[in-house]
Design a protein around this ligand. Structure first.
Ligand SMILES: O=c1ccn([C@@H]2O[C@H](COP(=O)(O)O)[C@@H](O)[C@H]2O)c(=O)[nH]1
Length: 309
């Protein structure tokens, strides 16, 4: 799957992931009304609205980007109905040829990680038949329980040719409280980064590992250090746009080959129609606005890359 992701990034010249983080406050009124009229003003109605909203964005962007990243929390808050919208979104994105990164941030003691890995990346046999759970291509994983919490995910990834993005340095304002703590004079995120590179050697694709890392766009100096510590690790970079990360800050997250990082934007793309510069699209044109936001992001990243040469 990492080879496919890299190929798609190269083909599309767009190291971009569209973050599918649907929130009711972004939902255009016409979509909510239609879903409520059909399914009722209840959890089922909300789930239908999420699905229709996502479908609009996927249809408008799938030919421009290699991947989507549905954030499971945005679906989980609506219970089983929300989770069914999550699954529909994963399946439809795959049908459209997109690589799906489930942002699920799992990780637990070994036996529990094994169950999470099966549910999101693997399969179960029941009565001699094979069943798959959410079946994303990659998921995000929290490494802070240590190696025994990570190995079950790597084992399933090897079996299924799927991948992980492991949290190394997160984009949020207080990520330093624990992640920057010094151990033997090195910040914890550097130790985790080295470990991710080591785990990555266990499951290599052609030029990059199936085991990637998450490094926030909001800490560019740390991104630069981590890039060097993990040369064959693909870096998933959240924090561009809505959280303040800028294209010029991101050039050091890439290797010299122009590969090695994929930048996420969620609100900046899916709620573009509400933002300055995109007013002309209006609510009805939310999907076209998201397409334009992807084109603008691609250009922004390209210009920053060229300026760094
Ligand atoms: O360090 C991290 C890890 C994950 N995220 C997730 O990425 C998106 C960001 O959304 P924006 O709207 O583009 O800010 C969201 O799903 C986060 O949970 C992150 O931001 N930082």
């Amino acid at each position: 799957m990492i080879n496919r992701l890299v190929e798609k990034i190269e083909q599309m010249e767009a190291p971009i992931v569209v973050g599918l983080d649907p929130m009711l406050s972004y939902m255009p009124k016409h979509i909510l009304k239609k879903a409520y009229d059909e399914k009722g003003e209840n959890l089922e109605g909300v789930a239908e609205a999420i699905w229709q909203y996502n479908k609009g964005i996927i249809d408008a962007t799938y030919d421009l980007v290699p991947a989507v990243k549905p954030q499971i929390a945005m679906y989980e808050q609506f219970g089983l109905e929300g989770m069914s919208a999550f699954k529909r979104t994963v399946d439809y994105s795959k049908e459209k040829g997109l690589v799906v990164i489930g942002d699920v941030k799992r990780g637990d003691i070994g036996s529990t990680s094994e169950a999470y890995a099966t549910g999101h990346l693997g399969k179960v046999m029941i009565g001699g038949k094979e069943y798959r759970g959410f079946d994303e291509d990659f998921i995000t994983v929290n490494p802070y329980l240590g190696s025994d919490g990570i190995h079950p995910f790597i084992d399933v990834c090897k079996e299924e040719e799927k991948g992980l993005f492991i949290l190394v340095k997160t984009s949020n304002p207080s990520s330093g409280e624990f992640q920057d703590q010094l151990i033997d004079e090195k910040p914890l995120y550097e130790l985790v980064g080295k470990k991710v590179a080591e785990w990555g050697e266990l499951h290599m694709g052609s030029s990059y590992s199936y085991i990637g890392a998450v490094v926030g766009a909001t800490y560019p100096e740390m991104g630069k250090i981590l890039r060097k510590l993990m040369p064959r690790t693909y870096i998933l970079v959240p924090g561009y746009g809505a959280q303040g990360g800028k294209a010029e800050d991101l050039v050091h997250y890439f290797n010299k080959d122009g590969l090695g990082a994929i930048i996420n934007s969620s609100r900046g793309i899916i709620a573009a129609y509400k933002q300055k510069g995109y007013e002309k699209f209006g609510e009805e044109g939310y999907a076209d606005a998201s397409r334009q936001a992807v084109i603008d992001m691609r250009e922004d990243l390209r210009k920053a890359w060229m300026a760094s040469k």
